[in-house]
Design a protein around this ligand. Structure first.
Ligand SMILES: [Zn+2]
Length: 458
């Protein structure tokens, strides 16, 4: 469901807002939640695959797959990684083409002819530019869905997929028109400090978007129901875990998402903040896991909630956005000095400079991804620790249960059994599954008489 939005602050917003903390790593940040195949075949295999049944620490087995599935997971992962890099390069190429063919100044001329009012100009210029770049970008978006269908991660029909694409475009357009109108208003008023003032004025908008995303935007793509209605027994167990963590998450903030209409993937996450903060379970997860396994997944999500990861990630995103805008300011002027004539861009305050700024943002985002991923990997590891601790004593054989839950996730989502160090550093928002399973199988502070890190108790 997450579409490519060229405007980086929007992409950042989506990163934070939508499906913020999926249980499993997305191999590509922009892809619809990472995901899954072979639901029917995977299920019976997973219990045997999982860790030894003995609570005694046997040698950890890690993440293991039968040969056929192994090949498939490797093939899917490689295709996804390739697509990620192709997508980045192709996105730059599109912006270069738009600049080189002088489409942006053409759109600007139309906009300026349409009206002298800046907002009306934004209303003409922004949709033209974004439709052009996103239509040119459609091949890679389509190919991503082709892969998802080929590797049985998606069950969505093409008409439904295109309708989702259209909806995402429309939402993106509305938000972009507003943000870009503000951006150029600020650039015209303050040619040297616009990066700071735009950052300041975009913050409340980004906060608002993150706040309303789970309530307004996500329901446009998926149906949600109260978990208490669909899984009353689970809610009861969840309430025990919540109490154990010394927290109050009322059942009204727990939802089941009907992912099964479009996806085979399993997932769960915490999203929104303040009054819109909520725990979301995909119905696919509940269909594929036992209750104790689902409780571990919940415990992990609750870790994000309790450990303040939403706010930390928000603060991080805001800081990164400020840095990128400052760098954008520093480089855009020079870029236009050198190439502005050839691209027919009058200056930084010309609407037509937007593709050049987007190009810079995209490059910064690309090279920054190892940093933001190491930040999220750290949070994910903390949440794994929390999940193990908070279900300890409530769920039997905590280590085995957690390892089984990961194994099921991995088999369905076709997680890469052995990503290279480079791929892990560049693309993984979560630790590789094998590391997580080995950790789940061996983490036992209680047996060693040590204090658990986050949750006191048995
Ligand atoms: Zn997580």
């Amino acid at each position: 469901m997450r579409q490519r939005l060229a405007f980086v602050p929007l992409a950042l917003f989506l990163l934070v807002g939508a499906g913020m903390f999926p249980v499993l790593s997305a191999q590509q940040p922009e892809q619809a939640p990472p995901t899954s195949p072979e639901a029917e075949q995977a299920a019976p295999q997973s219990p045997q695959q999982a860790a030894p049944q003995e609570p005694q620490p046997a040698a950890p087995q890690g993440y293991t797959l039968p040969p056929e599935k192994y090949e498939k997971a490797v093939a899917y992962s490689r295709a996804s990684y390739r697509l990620y890099f192709i997508d980045f390069a192709y996105g730059l190429l599109i912006l270069l083409v738009v600049l080189g063919l002088r489409w942006a100044p053409k759109f600007r001329d139309w906009a300026e002819r349409a009206s002298g009012r800046r907002f009306v100009q934004a209303l003409v210029f922004v949709p033209l530019l974004f439709l052009a770049t996103d239509l040119l970008g459609l091949p890679t978006s389509i190919y991503r869905q082709v892969l998802a269908l080929r590797y049985e991660q998606s069950v969505q029909s093409w008409p439904s997929w295109f309708w989702d694409w259209t909806k995402a475009e429309l939402i993106g357009l509305v938000i972009s028109v507003i943000l870009i109108w503000i951006l150029y208003a600020v650039i015209r008023r303050s040619p040297t400090r616009w990066w700071f003032y735009f950052w300041l004025s975009s913050l409340p908008i980004i906060l608002l978007l993150i706040f309303i995303a789970p309530v307004v935007i996500q329901p446009l793509f998926f149906k949600f129901e109260p978990l208490a209605k669909t899984q009353p027994a689970l809610v009861e167990e969840v309430t025990k875990v919540v109490a154990r963590g010394g927290l109050e998450i009322p059942p009204e903030r727990m939802f089941e998402m009907k992912a099964s209409e479009k996806l085979k993937a399993v997932n769960a996450y915490v999203t929104g903040f303040g009054a819109s903060k909520r725990v979301v379970f995909w119905d696919t997860t509940l269909a594929r896991m036992t209750q104790p396994q689902a409780l571990f997944v919940f415990g992990h999500e609750m870790g994000h909630y309790v450990l303040g990861h939403i706010y930390r990630r928000l603060a991080f995103t805001a800081a990164v956005l400020l840095l990128f805008l400052y760098l954008g300011y520093r480089f855009l002027g020079r870029l236009l000095e050198r190439w502005g004539g050839r691209w027919a861009v009058r200056g930084v305050d010309d609407w037509a400079s937007l593709p050049a700024l987007l190009m810079l943002m995209s490059i910064f985002g690309f090279f920054f991804s190892p940093v933001s991923n190491s930040f999220t990997r750290y949070h994910e590891h903390q949440a794994d620790i929390y999940g193990l601790e908070v279900i300890h004593g409530i769920v039997p054989a905590t280590n085995t249960t957690a390892a089984e839950a990961f194994q099921i996730l991995g088999e369905i989502n076709l997680a890469d059994p052995n990503p290279s160090a480079f791929i892990k550093i560049w693309l993984y928002s979560h630790p590789p599954l094998n590391e997580r399973i080995v950790f789940a199988q061996t983490y036992d502070p209680w047996a060693k008489g040590e204090k658990p890190q986050f949750v006191e108790g048995p």
